[in-house]
Design a protein around this ligand. Structure first.
Ligand SMILES: [Zn+2]
Length: 367
């Protein structure tokens, strides 16, 4: 009889242990069926899987309450042992089934979630589009434009294919003038030419806007040159023009001196050497003291301390007359220089052609 009581107690003990499991398992119950789980995230599924493993260890492991009940089977009286054993076993297999089925569902959720994450992994850094940058010639052109705009100059742009008249005649270079040879360019079969200087833009601007005016014309020009380290058949120029009442050579010198100060610094000096251009009178070559050595002589200035900026002068009466501006009322100065040569100097390029080869490995350095 005493053993019967013990048996009943043991049954009760086993049932209580099972109830404790059931209570804890409650939160996993919905995962056992595997339906209606669309809202479960991968992170949730992974943490539930870990929780389930923990539950398994505590309720079926060697040190679990259930294991200690199983150990008592041998001590139950002969007549009840089989029944008790069966009861414990049925509880145990119910626990195993619940854990197993739930584990299957969670595994499927996790693997589906990981597949989805690999398809679009929002935690991966995005593929950043490589941002390019402007060409070194464009960068310098913009700096030059900024200086002259701040001095009150307009920026003019115009056609690159010109008639003979605009490229030569209007600039006081009539047919047969020797200056045409030095500026030989490319001609089309129907009488047009690729402009050999941006002075053409000045002519158009003076015709359109008349005096007074202040403008610069940056742009591409063409010459029949054989490419070498310092020449290219296509290059970039910027020309400036100022026409008003009472404009003198002093205004020209002041303007170009201010320009090199703004571009290279306040210590840079200018010098003017007498020269000849058909469209200016008097004419002068302009040099500025080397921005690198300050005039002591270095590799950039080839030891002379001076760097050639370009040509300049007072606009020739014939040029003003050609565009209908009265040279007795208005005077003006003009200047022009090459942007590519200047950028080749500033970036210490041995070969000006590097600027036009569009080799990205070269251009990337100017970011
Ligand atoms: Zn120098």
């Amino acid at each position: 009889m005493a053993e019967g009581v013990k048996y009943k107690d043991l049954i009760l003990q086993a049932d209580n242990i099972f109830k404790a499991f059931e209570q804890e398992f409650e939160r996993f119950a919905r995962f056992r069926t595997g339906v209606g789980l669309e809202d479960v995230t991968l992170k949730d599924a992974e943490s539930l899987q870990a929780n389930l493993n923990d539950l398994r260890t505590r309720h079926t492991g060697k040190k679990s309450a259930f294991a200690s009940v199983k150990k008592l089977i041998g001590r139950v009286g002969q007549e009840d042992r089989a029944a008790f054993g069966q009861h414990v076993q049925s509880l145990e297999s119910e626990i195993e089934r619940a854990l197993g089925e739930t584990d299957e569902v969670l595994k499927a959720l996790v693997s589906a979630g990981r597949l989805e994450r690999e398809r679009i992994d929002v935690t991966l850094p995005g593929r950043r589009p490589r941002r390019g940058h402007l060409h070194p010639i464009t960068l310098l052109r913009q700096r030059i434009e900024d200086v002259f705009v701040s001095l009150g100059y307009a920026i003019e742009d115009d056609r690159e294919i010109e008639t003979d008249y605009y490229n030569f005649d209007a600039l006081n270079i009539p047919d047969g003038h020797p200056a045409r040879d030095a500026q030989d360019t490319f001609y089309t079969t129907d009488g047009f030419a690729l402009r050999s200087q941006t002075s053409t833009v000045q002519i158009h601007a003076m015709e359109r806007r008349t005096a007074p005016l202040r403008m610069i014309a940056p742009g591409r020009v063409f010459r029949r040159d054989t490419p070498d380290a310092t020449h290219n058949p296509m290059f970039f120029q910027v020309e400036g023009l100022c026409v008003d009442r009472g404009i003198t050579m002093a205004h020209l010198k002041g303007t170009l001196s201010e320009f090199v100060h703004r571009l290279f610094g306040p210590d840079v000096r200018t010098r003017f050497r007498p020269s000849y251009f058909p469209f200016t009178e008097p004419s002068a070559e302009v040099d500025y003291s080397c921005f690198k050595c300050g005039g002591n002589g270095c590799r950039i200035c080839k030891g002379s301390g001076w760097i050639e900026l370009g040509g300049s002068g007072m606009v020739h009466r014939n040029v003003l007359t050609a565009v209908g501006i009265d040279p007795d009322v208005f005077t003006g100065f003009a200047f022009g220089f090459g942007i590519d040569r200047m950028s080749a100097l500033m970036y210490k390029l041995d070969d000006i052609r590097l600027l036009f080869e569009n080799d990205v490995r070269f251009l990337e350095q100017f970011n």
